[in-house]
Design a protein around this ligand. Structure first.
Ligand code: G3P
Ligand code: CA
Length: 268
């Protein structure tokens, strides 16, 4: 449970609720995060975008269209405007079999609201999205974490992990605060391979790597582990895939179904 403080080492497999329990509820809403927590997630995974007036919000896409009833770029709207949108009804329409009337009208959350809601005793796995579009995103993120005393906890027991596909963004965070554990996300187009040089490079600033589970094999996982890096593949929703990855030696994974991963972990 994310009330506990999971250890960032080989001994604990991290169950990371991807956008919350987003297989069960509209992603990045409080309903989704709450379910993730109840269903055994150790960390709430949270993507960040930035509003026109510089507020960090929890949203995956750069545009509002897919997950709200709004349209256009997040950066063209103020927080006040975005707060008026419905971030839940799209889920009921897209997944009628999972629809719940309580999802209708759910609001987009700011990072601050999420931390206020869950408190500083929960664990947050935060992604800087499109950092090149949002200058100042990293400073703003660290300011908020600082406000809630979430920056002074080194690995292996940090309540916050920061992840990004952008190495520049992670390096910036690292320059601002070298204690916060970082995870470098890697976007492979074909089967992933990784060299010792690359692994040594990532180890200089990151505690782990994340990549699509569909692109890796046992050799990749083992090699990463030999360099003492954690490995958290995304987004793993099927039992069989979870079991195979655990056998290969991954140290956690992102899932839209933390309940399913919880079950798999209990069986092992
Ligand atoms: O952060 C891990 C995974 O979520 C990366 O892909 O596109 O779902 O943010 P994406
Ligand atoms: Ca993400």
């Amino acid at each position: 449970q994310s009330g506990n403080n999971p250890q960032l080492n080989d001994n604990q497999i991290l169950n990371i609720s991807h956008r919350g329990a987003s297989g069960h509820a509209p992603e990045h809403t409080l309903a989704s995060y709450e379910l993730g927590d109840k269903m055994g997630g150790d960390y709430i995974e949270l993507d960040l975008q930035m509003t026109k007036d510089g507020e960090l919000i929890a949203m995956h896409d750069e545009t509002l269209d897919r997950t709200t009833d709004g349209t256009g770029l997040v950066k063209d709207y103020t927080l006040e405007e975005i707060k008026q949108l419905d971030a839940g009804s799209w889920f009921n329409e897209t997944y009628p079999e999972k629809a719940n009337e309580e999802f209708a009208g759910l609001q987009v959350q700011t990072l601050q609201e999420v931390i206020e809601h869950f408190g500083k005793n929960k664990n947050y796995y935060i992604e800087t999205k499109s950092p090149e579009v949002y200058p100042g995103m990293e400073e703003q993120l660290l300011d908020i974490l600082e406000q809630y005393n979430l920056t002074r906890q080194n690995a292996p027991s940090s309540r916050v992990i920061i992840q990004s596909f952008s190495e520049a963004s992670l390096q910036k965070v690292h320059d601002l605060n070298e204690d916060i554990p970082l995870v470098q996300l890697l976007d492979y187009k074909t089967t992933a391979t990784i060299t010792d040089e690359e692994l040594a490079h990532y180890s200089e600033y990151a505690i782990g790597l994340g990549m699509s589970y569909t692109k890796i094999n046992e050799e990749y996982v083992q090699k990463t582990r030999e360099h003492d890096l954690l490995i958290h593949p995304y987004t793993v929703n099927e039992k069989e895939d979870m079991k195979r990855l655990l056998e290969w030696g991954v140290t956690g994974m992102f899932t839209n179904y933390p309940d399913v991963l919880e079950e798999v972990l209990k069986e092992m």
